[in-house]
Every structure is written in C-alpha cells, then in structure tokens.
Design a protein around this ligand. Sequence first.
Ligand SMILES: [Zn+2]
Length: 341
Amino acid sequence: MAATRGTLTIGPVTAAPGSVASGALQVPARAGDAGTTIPITIIHGASPGPVLALVAGVHGMEYVPVIALQRLRAALDPATLRGTIVMVHVANMPSFLGRTIYYSPVDGQNLNRVFPGRPDGTLSERIADVLTREIIARATHVIDLHGGDGNESLRPYLYWITTGDPSVADASRGVALAFGLDHIVVDDERPTEAAASMYLSNTAITRGKPAITVETGCLARIDEASLALVARGVAGVLRHLDMRDEGPAPVADPIWLTRNVVIRAGGTGLFYPSVHCGDVVAEGAGLGRVTDFHGRVVEDIHAPLGGEVLYVVATPPVTKGEPLAMVAATGRTPDARPSRP
Ligand SMILES: [Zn+2]
C-alpha cells in the first residue's frame, strides 16, 4: 500500500498533495515598527520528494526573481511534481515597497547580513527569523535568487559556498551545476556557525541543507533573457533533484571563479565607472573614479585582481565602504583541491 502523503502547512497556508496554495506569513509589529508580511506559495506535489525553497526579493530592487517566481507559480504543475516547492515571492516587503537598495527603509539593515535573525529584534532581524524558522527549516534545498540591485550593472553568475560540511558543499555543487549558469563563484569565506550564518543561503548550509545564491538581472530592469535564466535554472534543479522527469542538463563546462575581490569606495560621493559588467580587466586597470559632490576626483579605482567584472555600480551615489565593483578570476579548479576533514 502506498504511503499517504500529508498536507503541508506553513503559517496560515495549507496545501493538500497535488495542489497549490498561497498566502502570507506575518511578521508582527513591535514597538517602533508596524511589522510586515511575506507572501508565499506552496506547490505541493502529488508524490513525495525534496522540499525546494525558492526565495526572491531579499533585496528591494532585484525584480527579475520576483517576476520569474510569479510566472513559475502559474506554470508548474503539482500533479506531476515529486516533492514540494516553497516560493517566497517578496522576502523583504519594506524594502520592495520602499524601493530601496541594500538596506531596509525601516531599520537601515541589510536583510542578507542579519541571518538567522532574532524573534525580538529589528524588523529585518524578525523577517530573517521568520524565513529561518518557517522556510529554511522546512526545506531540503534552498535557492536564494538575487540580481543586480537598483544600482548594480551585473552579468549572470551564482555563488557556490564550500565552507562547512563537505557533503553539503558537494550537494550544493550539484545544485549549482544544475542551475545552468556558466559563471560560478567559489565562495570559501562564509561563516560556519549556524548561530552567525549572516546570509540566507548560508543559513541553510549551516543547517545541513544544500543551497546556492543566484544573481540574474541588471539595474532593476526586467528583461526576458534574465527571466529565462531563472526559469531554465529552476527547471534544471527540478530535474537534478528528480522532482520532474524533464528539464535541461547541467552546465557542462562552467567557469569556476576561485578568486574574487569586491572593490569598495574609500570615500563618499559620486562614482564614474569606466568599465561595464562582463568586461575583462588586467590587474591594476582603472575601474572608475570617485568624485566629491563638486566634481573633484577624490579616488581613482583600480582592479587589485585581473579578471572579469561581475558587477559594477552604474548609478552615481557611493558611500564610503560600500561596493563599487566585483572582479573574479579563475584559478585552481575546485576538483583539484585537497578534500577537507
Ligand atoms: Zn541581492
């Protein structure tokens, strides 16, 4: 006799096997703020399998993943799905509705630096806490979908986190390849403590769940090519996890970006970039200039590493310490590294 598959309930949303249900998680008000909501969808497959969480909108002006998930919600068929997809349509509603890059308009925090969050903290910390307890805790695999924020000109790439449990890193590598983007940043600098995971995908990894962070879309624009990358990526992961029969094959020959540097502003003012995303630059090459508010050049920005420009800030405002660009390069292949204990 086949096992009976149960319903899945997350917050106020309950989905029966073979059905789709949507609703919103509540982040209650506390002294000083009004709380917020987190719209979610459960696509509960008719038969058992992995629970894949797809999270969009951690940053407020990264729209491609938000639109891509709306399309996927309409396109995915729970009758033929093995396992469950949990979508977070807009993780950071205050920043989305406030149209802010990086930081919440309510508390000034970057949601993707405050994980796993706190139930009695700032609004960003409470959003992180709800996402950790309600979404990541229930998932077996997590994809955090980002893109070029409102100020970032960005070429598509994803992060494969290698820190922590090697078996989790290995499984994350499979998800990364299945997503299909051919530029993969090998990230070996994330915290390994579950209580100080900082980032959403790292919150999953430090809890034993394979995860990746994906970057598609540029300067808050919504374009069909970027939307197609997300759709293709999710379809590839669904096939890889055996949640569907069909789907594109993993990327065959990715570029493993084993070295990267984020170049940050030394002062506050205006940034005039001299490169575009996707440009290949030599070590020491100029990336742009920072001026003060009167137009005097206060800083010439150079690439400390030769490589490809994955993103570059393409709108004028810059604040001391914030990123101006990210340059990444190939080095060792990850297959060649010694296995860690
Ligand atoms: Zn982001």
